[in-house]
Design a protein around this ligand. Structure first.
Ligand code: ADP
Ligand code: MG
Ligand code: MG
Length: 893
């Protein structure tokens, strides 16, 4: 009637685009119904009704009437009434949310059976066995999902009857045995619930509907949603579907099918079939299924129709579909379809196959794959073969391939790694104390905990290979070994290999290789040659199209000629962040020490003069490799004391020397300097532009080195395009002072060398104040580069070096955020600052160049954000460059 909400839709009233309202299953049942495919009739209760129920604790008042209306129509269409004692209509009550959550929520089959209608069903079907089998299934599923009973109670009772009959197969139980099972099941319900199994069919239906609503908030559904980042308030729809029966005999059965191989993308007939079975039997592994092509032999008619429906669905959905179907006495029924999940490789292959088949265009192909999938194709992988033996398989918590000596404590991991050994950290489970060990190790293996355990979360955050929850391993950290099934003992120091993509663990070294996709990016495989397989060709075509449509440029973060060269091969259009601090490590550390310890200007200048030519050499090579493309050099950022020895270590050394009676003058002076420069919060201390302002000459030396290197390249006929970036600016005055100094140096060098070069001077936006005063800062900056790592750290007040190990896993568990803000840009908070700075910066200086150089530059969701707010480029590590190219293309579509 008017003014009231519609909570229920017939299958014939919906379509595939109404997933939010009808859930994925309901929307697709409707779509198949309207395609004229054989779907058992039924109706869908909307996700709105579920949200109402979750909010109010009761169903909407008019829901019952609407269900009655649709049920009556269904009964009319089927010529039967629900639970009729002589010829019952039976229905399934099936959950189905908008986002696929396979196996996470509940379904109850055969609703409408009771002590009387079971006999009617037997009479109508001519099979007593079938009727009692259906009834025992109803009580079992109802007991478990609606009455919340432990499923094992029923399984044990069923096993007991099988044992009494001396059989393991449910097929050997006859009608009498199954009637006996029903009796035992009803007794279980009575004992456990203090009430009888409900005999009223409508009561069964209503209770089952509410149970599906409740299942939205089951523990496993909540955990699954958190991991898959599905909103917790979306709710599920409920589908009420008339039953068809795969358990009516050997001319009946149930199965699953894929229109293509979800592993490789190849076209063909993939799936499994089980005769004389119902519902979940196929996936539950109660009996051995047969491969789908065998259905041709069992039931040629049903098989032929299934193949024709599969091809209809694939061209209709223009994608790989997966399907659930049932054959009832040689008649095929479709029970579910959806666009199927697939591996990363299959996603790329299928996308270009569909283009070649004329079903989609290249824009759509680019939309169909993701940067995450591309990243998966780029992880190093194990080459099969070799003489390593597989020990066990745990959970694939963080992809990659790691080989190293097993170590059982974080300390050993650090010690052994320091002396150049590759190690794999093996623990029962990890805790924040293991962080240093995890960093030092090639990979992490735990015997406990799932994909949201500390080890898994932290490893994924670090991009470190991790296999967790390898429960078959007995890890004995005290005695420094673990025992694998079969009794193999792996001692500390034995080499093991772990595969974070499959969860497999081997004893010995499994050889590792770069996958074909990486060799293609490296230029080692020509995509047009015979050496390139389908996958390489697909990746090549899709990236070429992404490059065509994207508006964002993609640069790289690189500070060595090797990384720069690789990034350029991977498609980088310049360097967005060339850090200079790494150039002061190794043997140059001592020169920095001299600079810090110098007691007068002359001493300082001598130290700087020694560093200058080395610094110039660094830039020469990088400018050469990036010839013709911009190279943004960031002046020194970290606090100087990072170049000095550790306070504790040094104190010990000094004390020991004194105790031995020969105090070391140099070390004493060093110790004094370390003490003087010690900071409680170095990340908020003397670093970046602040350092440049209080250490006169340091930035000037770096600018001179840049200018001299650029001049030399220019005179050699090159096309160097340096850009100078000042870190950690919070006030325009800081930038102005450094800019003035830098411009003088640049002018002097270019005059000396007789070259003309335009060098942009800009700043990082990484202190919130800089974002908020961007209009002022833009007066003095020719470009902004968002340093989103520091910007996130300072906006949230999270110390990046501490929080991830200390409490982020707890935050993730509690759902405070679904993903670390250091991984995926926090749009409402940090993103807001970026937007303000973009607007204000551009209004003050319309030609202002805008980029981002934090880790977020390679994160898919963040790339979309940077596209939306109108940046000119993103910059990321060399290996993320292809990912960013792809996502920038997807963002533009
Ligand atoms: P899931 O979302 O876990 O796949 P479903 O709602 O699809 O749950 O149902 C579970 C099983 O029961 C599936 O194998 C499905 O094909 C089967 N099933 C559901 N409804 C019916 C029905 N009306 N007739 C026969 N089998 C059904
Ligand atoms: Mg299903
Ligand atoms: Mg920074």
């Amino acid at each position: 009637g008017t003014g009231t909400a519609t909570w229920v839709y017939d299958f014939s009233e919906g379509n595939k685009d109404q997933k939010d309202l009808l859930g994925g299953k309901g929307a697709n049942l409707a779509e198949m119904t309207n395609l004229g495919l054989p779907v058992p009739p039924g109706f869908t209760i909307t996700t709105d009704a579920c949200r109402y129920y979750l909010e109010h604790g009761s169903t909407p008042p008019d829901l019952t009437d609407q269900v009655t209306e649709h049920l009556t129509a269904l009964e009319k269409a089927m010529g039967k009434t629900l639970g009729d004692p002589s010829d019952p209509l039976l229905v399934s009550v099936r959950s189905g949310a908008a986002a696929s959550m396979p196996g996470m929520m509940e379904t109850v089959l055969n609703v409408g059976l009771n002590d009387e209608s079971v006999r009617g069903l037997a009479a109508q079907s001519g099979s007593e066995r079938f009727a009692w089998d259906s009834y025992r299934r109803l009580i079992q599923m109802f007991g478990k999902t609606v009455l919340d009973l432990d499923g094992e109670l029923f399984e044990h009772a069923l096993d007991e009857v099988k044992r009494e009959q001396g059989t393991e197969s449910d097929l050997d139980l006859d009608a009498g045995h199954l009637e006996d099972v029903v009796g035992r099941f009803k007794a279980i319900v009575r004992e456990q619930c203090g009430r009888d199994f409900p005999q009223d069919p409508r009561e069964q239906l209503d209770l089952a509907i509410n149970a599906v609503f409740d299942s939205w908030n089951s523990d496993r559904a909540i955990i699954y949603r958190r991991r898959e980042r599905i909103p917790s308030d979306a709710g599920t729809a409920v589908n009420v579907c008339s039953m068809v029966f795969g358990n009516l005999g050997m001319d009946s059965g149930t199965g699953v099918a894929f229109t293509r191989d979800p592993g490789s993308g190849e076209q063909g007939v993939y799936g499994d079939y089980l005769q004389n079975a119902q519902g979940e039997d196929v996936v539950a592994g109660i009996r051995n299924t047969v491969p789908l092509p065998e259905l041709e032999r069992i039931d040629e008619g049903a098989y032929g129709e299934l193949l024709s429906i599969m091809s209809t669905l694939e061209s209709h959905y223009r994608d790989l579909c997966d399907i659930e179907f049932t054959v009832e006495r040689n008649k095929l029924w479709m029970l579910q379809t959806r666009v199927g999940k697939r591996t990363a490789g299959a996603a790329f292959r299928i996308a270009t196959q569909l283009v070649d088949e004329g079903l989609i265009d290249m824009d759509e192909a680019v939309r169909r794959v993701s940067g995450e999938q591309l990243a998966q194709l780029m992880f190093p992988r194990f080459v099969s073969g070799g003489d390593a033996t597989q020990l066990t398989q745990g959970m694939n918590a963080s992809p990659g391939a790691a080989v190293g000596k097993a170590v059982f404590s974080s300390e050993t991991a650090v010690q052994w790694a320091d002396r150049g050994e590759k190690v794999v950290l093996v623990r029962r489970e990890t805790n924040p104390d293991d962080l240093s060990g995890m960093i030092a190790a090639e990979g992490v293996l735990t015997s406990r905990g799932g994909k949201t355990s500390h080890a898994a979360v932290v490893a994924r955050g670090m991009g470190k290979t991790c296999v967790c929850g390898a429960e078959e391993l007995r890890v004995d950290t005290k005695n420094r070994h673990f025992t694998a099934p079969g009794g193999t003992v792996v001692e500390e120091g034995d080499v093991i290999s772990i595969d974070g993509s499959t969860g497999k663990v081997w004893l010995g070294e499994v050889p590792v290789e770069a996958p074909a996709v990486v060799r293609y990016f490296e230029g080692e495989i020509d995509p047009d040659s015979a050496e390139a397989d389908d996958l390489v060709r697909s990746v090549h075509r899709i990236l070429a199209h992404a490059d065509e449509v994207r508006r964002l440029d993609v640069r790289t973060n690189a500070d060595t000629p090797e990384d720069t060269a690789r990034a350029r091969r991977f498609g980088a259009q310049g360097i967005g962040l060339c850090r200079t601090e790494h150039m002061f490590l190794g043997e140059r550390r001592q020169m920095v020490e001299k600079l810090i310890l110098a007691e007068d200007d002359e001493g300082k200048q001598t130290a700087l003069d020694a560093l200058a030519p080395l610094q110039k050499q660094d830039f020469l090579e990088i400018f050469e490799v990036m010839d013709g493309l911009p190279v943004t050099v960031r002046l020194l950022d970290p606090p100087l004391h990072e170049f000095l020895p550790d306070l504790t270590d040094l104190s010990v050394r000094v004390a020991v020397a004194e105790a031995e009676g020969h105090p070391d003058e140099a070390n004493l002076r060093l110790l004094a300097a370390v003490r003087r420069m010690h900071e409680e919060n170095p990340m908020l201390g003397l670093r970046g532009v602040r350092l440049g302002l209080v250490q006169p000459g340091l930035f000037a030396m770096q600018v001179r080195a840049i200018a001299e290197a650029a001049s030399e390249r220019k005179r050699a006929g090159g096309d160097p395009r340096p850009e100078i970036m000042i870190p950690l600016v919070g006030a325009v005055q800081e930038l102005e002072a450094i800019r003035e100094e830098s411009e003088q140096v640049l002018a002097a060098v270019f005059e000396e060398c007789g070259v003309e070069l335009d060098v942009l001077i800009g700043t990082m936006i990484e202190v919130p104040r800089a974002a908020l005063t961007a209009a002022e800062i833009a007066r003095s900056a020719e470009f902004f580069s968002f340093g989103t790592n520091d910007l996130t750290q300072m906006t949230w007040g999270f110390s990046r070096d501490d929080v991830e190990a200390a409490f982020f896993h707890a935050y993730l568990d509690k759902g405070i955020f679904g993903v670390s803000p250091f991984e995926e840009l926090d749009r409402p908070g940090v993103g807001r600052l970026v937007e303000v700075a973009v607007q204000e910066g551009r209004s003050a200086r319309p030609e202002l160049k805008l980029g981002v150089c934090g880790e977020h530059g390679g994160d898919p969701d963040s790339v979309h954000f940077f596209h939306e707010v109108g940046l000119d480029y993103v910059s990321c590590s060399p290996f993320r460059v292809p990912v960013a190219r792809l996502e920038a293309g997807r963002a533009a579509l």
